[in-house]
Design a protein around this ligand. Sequence first.
Ligand SMILES: Cc1ncc(C[n+]2csc(CCOP(=O)(O)OP(=O)(O)O)c2C)c(N)n1
Length: 581
Amino acid sequence: MTTKVKTRTMSEETHGSLKSKPIRGAEMIFESLEREKVEVIFGYPGGAALHIYDALYQTNMKHILARHEQGAIHMAEGYARVTGQPGVVIATSGPGATNLVTGLADAYMDSLPLVVLTGQVASGAIGTDAFQEADVLGITMPITKHNMQVRDLNDLPRMIKEAFYIATNGRKGPVLIDIPKDISGGEASYEYPEKVSLRGFKPTTVPNILQVRRMKEAVAQAKKPLILAGAGVLHAKGHQELVTYAEQAQVPVTHTLLGLGAMPAGHPQFLGMCGMHGTYTANMAIQEADLLISIGARFDDRVTGRLDQFAPHAKVIHIDVDPAEIGKNVPTEIPIVGDAKQTLSMLLEEDVVSAQSSEWMKQLNKWQETYPLWYEDDEATLKPQKVLETFSELTDGEAIVTTDVGQHQMWVAQYYQFKQPNRWVSSGGLGTMGFGFPSAIGAALSQPDHPVYAVVGDGGFQMNIQELATVKDYNIPVKTIVLNNGSLGMVRQWQEVFYEKRYSESMLNQNPDFAKVSESFGVKGLRVTTIKEFEEAITHSLNYDGPMVIDVAITPGENVFPMVSPGTALHEMVGISKGGM
Ligand SMILES: Cc1ncc(C[n+]2csc(CCOP(=O)(O)OP(=O)(O)O)c2C)c(N)n1
C-alpha cells in the first residue's frame, strides 16, 4: 500500500483568499476537481505530470495508480458508466497520453463523460520534438468531444470548469485538457468560475412540444409499434419513464447492446436485444413494425444489419439529444431533439393514448414461445450459455457486470437477466478488448458495496491483466470470470462460418494458468471445469471480500447464435432454432 502522507486539502488554504494568494497551476487542478465533487481519479505519473503529482501528494484526493494508462482510462469509463458522473484521468505527455487513445475513442463512441488531463512538455519546447513530446491535441481531436491546451495559466480554472460542463451536458463524451509543464508549475491567483457560458454549445434537452404531439398521434394510429431503446435512455436516467410509457402506450420494447437494463429482464413487453446477435422476436419485430420509435439509439450497423432493408414497413420516430444523429443512417419521419428522460416525461404529461397493438402483442408472444434463445446442453462439457444462466441466477440479476469484447460479451447480453439499469458496462461502439477488467475496477470504486464481476475472454483478459496489481494494491473486490475457450473465440467463429474453417492466428495455444497468474499477484485464483464447481466458486465469491479470478474451462468451439451475417437483413438471421444453422 502507499505510504504517502496526506497533509491538507487545497481548499483549506485557498478558500477565502482566492485572488490574493497565488498558487501553482497543479494546485489549481485539485482545487477545481474538489469543487466539481470528484471523488476518485485514475492515473499514472511521468515527467511532464510531476508538478501535478506533487500537488496531489498534498491533498486528500483519492487516486488509483493503474499499471497502464489504458487501464486507468477504462477504469474511468467504468466509473462513468455506472454513476453517470465524469471519470477523471491524469497521464503524462507522449507515451502516457498516447496510451489513452483507445480509451478516449471508446468513451467517444459510447458517449461516456470523461475529463482527461495530460501533462505536456514545457510551452517553449512544444514543436521541437522534445523528449516525450506528442501532438496530443492533433492525435485526440477526432476522438474527443472537445480538447484544449492551456497556453496561459489564468485560463486553467475556466478550462476545467468548461471540461466538466461539456463532458456532461447534451450528448456526453470525453474532454481532454493538455497542460504544459511550465503551466502546472507556474503560479497565479486562482478563481474558479461559477458558471459556464459557451456561445457555440447550447444543447437542446427539452423537446419541441409539437413534435411530441405528432408522436402521440402516430402511436395512437399504430398497429405494430415498437420502441428501440439505446444507451441514451440510461445516460439520461430515463428508464422508469420508459417502462411507464411503454406500459401505458402498449408498445413493446427491444434494446441495443448498450441499452441493456433500460427495461427489466422478464418484463412482459420486453423482447430482448436486437441486432447481430439479437433475439428472433426482436429482429422480426423491427422488420414487421409499422412504427419504430428509437430512443437514445444511433442505428449502429450491428443493430440495423443491411440498411436498405431495415424496418421496411415502419414510420420512424427518432428521439436523440444529439441532432446530428437524427437521419444519419435511417430516414426519419418525426425527428425529436431532446433528452430521453425529458421527452418521455413530456409524453407522459400529454395523456398517453395507447396503440392498437393487441394483435401485435399476441404475435410477438407467440414468436417468443416458438423461438427462444437456445443452446445444446451436452452435459459432457461446460457450455458458456449454461455458465452465464447459472451466474445470472446465483446473483439474482443484480450484479454489476462488465465485459470485454467477443463471444462472452454476446452471451452475457443474451443470458444475464439484468433487473436494474446502469449495471451493465461494456464496450459497444469501439468494441475494445482489454476493457472488461479495468472498467470493473472503476465500477467497483463507484459502488463499493455492490457485487462487481468482469466477464472476460482469455484473449481480452491478457490485454490488461497487469491491473491485477491494482486490485490487490487497493483491495478492490472485483471478481473476474474468464470464459476460457483457448481461442480468440469470436474471430474463430467468423473463420468457421465465413472462411471455411481456416483458423488463421485465432488459437491461443500458450495461455498461462490464469489462477496461478492471479495468485502470483496476490489475488485469489480458482479454476473450474464443471458446472458444480462453477456454482461453488460463484457462491464463494459472493461472500469473499477481495479480488478473485475464476478461470472457467468452457466448451471450445461453441458459437454465438442467432446471428445476422454482415451484409444481410435482420430477418435473414441464421441459427434461430436447434438444428437451424
Ligand atoms: C483491441 C482489439 N483487438 C482486436 C479485436 C478484434 N476481436 C474482436 S473479438 C476478438 C476475439 C476475442 O477473444 P477473447 O477475448 O478470448 O473472447 P471470446 O470471443 O473467446 O469470448 C478479437 C480479436 C478487438 N475487438 N479489440
